[in-house]
Design a protein around this ligand. Structure first.
Ligand SMILES: NC(=O)c1ccc[n+]([C@@H]2O[C@H](COP(=O)([O-])OP(=O)(O)OC[C@H]3O[C@@H](n4cnc5c(N)ncnc54)[C@H](O)[C@@H]3O)[C@@H](O)[C@H]2O)c1
Length: 278
């Protein structure tokens, strides 16, 4: 990527910006980096409250209500944003939901909701803005919120793991496409660890055991999670520095990634199979 990224005075579009990490990214982008921010969320009340906070503190923000799982709603959001504010410097595919439960007990509708919002939602938002960004003259940036759950595996959250690995791969596949045409668009991936947000309060659970796990995680995030604000501050600095992978807890990322990578490599280390020749 040639030209450095310039954010000041330019537009950010952030999904899931009505709460948690998205809210903090929107607030810090507006107040610390003088960005104009479209606060997109499926929940109008949450988006309006964040806009109010930013405006009261002297920043510029607008609320946009859209369900990222619905392509028509996201396409409309992009059209209206481009018409009203022009091309974004930063698009953050951040909206995400959690679901708990063992694989074979996960309700199909919970599985589908998780993939629709976390995976299709990220694709929809990126897809809606990318044509404008690819043909733009100024450098712009996409940020995907994956997770430590997107580099490792643990029990009881299979639907979420699949979605977060998919978001991480989506970002890598997109980056390869952008590089193949020398597009002026950078791609970064945020891999949060444990962050004090409401994600497990809003999560679905398939049965009483899954509900217990959901409640345990909700308490854990509240007691052990870092603040969304600290992640947002570090993330925006990392974007300006051109970082591709933004780990908020590198030691935890490593503890998740290493066993997963070792598992994938184990088949190779066992040796190449003999190939029979005719
Ligand atoms: N909190 C953590 O510890 C943690 C860790 C790793 C990754 N993440 C990821 O960070 C991202 C943000 O999560 P958070 O923890 O801030 O959660 P959060 O619940 O505080 O915020 C998520 C926001 O997304 C919105 N949203 C939900 N469904 C939507 C939809 N269909 N369309 C548009 N908006 C929708 C919600 O209304 C909410 O405002 C998610 O992608 C999550 O997977 C969170």
């Amino acid at each position: 990527m040639s030209a450095p990224l310039d954010l000041a005075g330019r537009l950010a579009v952030i999904s899931g910006a009505g709460s948690g990490i998205g809210e903090a990214l929107a607030t810090r982008a507006a107040l610390d980096h003088a960005m104009q921010v479209v606060v997109a969320d499926v929940d109008a009340g949450r988006a309006d409250a964040v806009v109010e906070t930013i405006r009261t503190a002297g920043g510029q923000a607008w609320a946009a209500v859209a369900d990222v799982a619905d392509w028509d709603q996201v396409a409309r959001l992009a059209q209206e944003t481009l018409r009203a504010h022009g091309a974004p410097a930063l698009v953050v595919c951040n909206a995400g939901v959690e679901t708990t439960g063992l694989f074979w007990e996960t309700a199909p509708e919970h599985w589908a909701r998780t993939q629709s919002i976390n995976v299709n939602g990220a694709f929809h938002l990126a897809r809606a803005f990318l044509p404008t960004m690819v043909s733009g003259e100024q450098r712009s940036q996409l940020l995907f919120t994956s997770s430590i759950a997107g580099v490792g595996i643990s029990a009881g959250q299979s639907a979420y793991h699949v979605s977060k690995h998919a978001v991480r791969v989506m970002a890598q596949a997109l980056a390869a496409d952008l590089e193949s045409v020398a597009a002026p668009v950078g791609v970064s991936v945020l891999l949060p660890g444990v962050v004090a947000t409401r994600i497990f309060d809003d999560a679905t659970a398939s049965n009483p055991q899954a509900e217990q796990l959901r409640a345990t995680y909700a308490d854990y995030l509240r007691s052990a999670g870092v603040t969304p604000d600290s992640i947002a501050t570090r993330t925006l600095t990392a974007l300006l520095a051109g970082e591709r992978w933004i780990h908020d807890d590198p030691a935890l990322s490593r503890r998740m990634l290493e066993p997963h990578a070792a598992d994938l490599l184990a088949g190779l280390e066992a040796g190449e199979p003999e190939v029979a020749t005719a």
